[in-house]
Write a protein of this length. Sequence first.
Length: 361
Amino acid sequence: MNKRLEVSDLLFLMIIFEIGTSVLFCLGIEAKQDCWLSILIAMLISLPIIFMYVSSFEKTQKNLPQLLEFVYGKYIGKTLSLIYALYFLYIASRNVRDYVELSVNTIYSRTPTYIFSSFMLILVMYYILFDICVLARVAKILLPLILAIMAFQATMIMVGDNFSFLRLLPILENGIVPVIKAAIPLIVTFPFGELIAFTTVFDKIKQKEKIKNIMLITTVFTGLLLSFNNIIIISSLGADEASRENFPLYQVIRLINLGNLKNLDTLYVFIMIIGVFFKISVFTYGGLTMIKKALELESYKHLLFPVLSMIFAASFIIADSYQTHILVGLKLTPFYIHVPLQIILPMITFLFLSIKQKRKL
């Protein structure tokens, strides 16, 4: 596949990926009314991590699987590539489960869960079949629409009777420590650290010198957007009620009642479906790319059906209930999976790469 990504396409794809399912939740609610600050702190902390991804690519002009083999050698590199493949596919399955739970517990409570999973994965398979470049062009069309819907929702919520910025007060009531604890490692790794999936496509980008700027714009823009999203949720529901809701944005949208403007659940559904679709697609593509390189395959197309079938099955197996799914996702996955693969191993790789290049000088 010799297709190349335009820088603008990459930007739109990254932003829509980062928004993903993140906007549906109130990230960092452990910090209560200061959760919007937690996102800003996580955004700042994640910047050097993301720049590390880009610097490793700039030093070698190699995507993630190529970089791992270059630094660690053929056998260790291929083993690490397969580990990352499992990681990406595991996160894809978690997003499928998120989609199912969000759908069943909000809008479509009577629809069998496998219907949601099957529909989403068939759609993902269709677009991944045509490479990620096509997916990026679709993102370029859909992102402005999503942002317009979010702006409309925010406006309707802010003019409603239930909205009050006073719910954000007092700021830093319990000091800065709870805010930092809410940011690290959860928000640093979700959604910001998940940009590591894009290290599998860096070699496809035409203007590679602009990757760092694109990553910076994506991180700052989505950080500000998600922080504002938390402000909207807290100002509408209050910190206590928001912490009790599994899907706080859904509850906020249900509060919209301005004459004929009410029951806008379809807007929530649209954002949810599009966000989950791009998250699953990028992670699936990343996983397939890692497998393709590790097994030295010409193409990943014949792997699409078995891999997506595995994601389908895993989405049901990973947790026996939504409560368990959320517990694993918020308490265990960040510490034991995200941090090692998003931060620790990339840091070790960057260090070894720097040492290796100095020895050549």
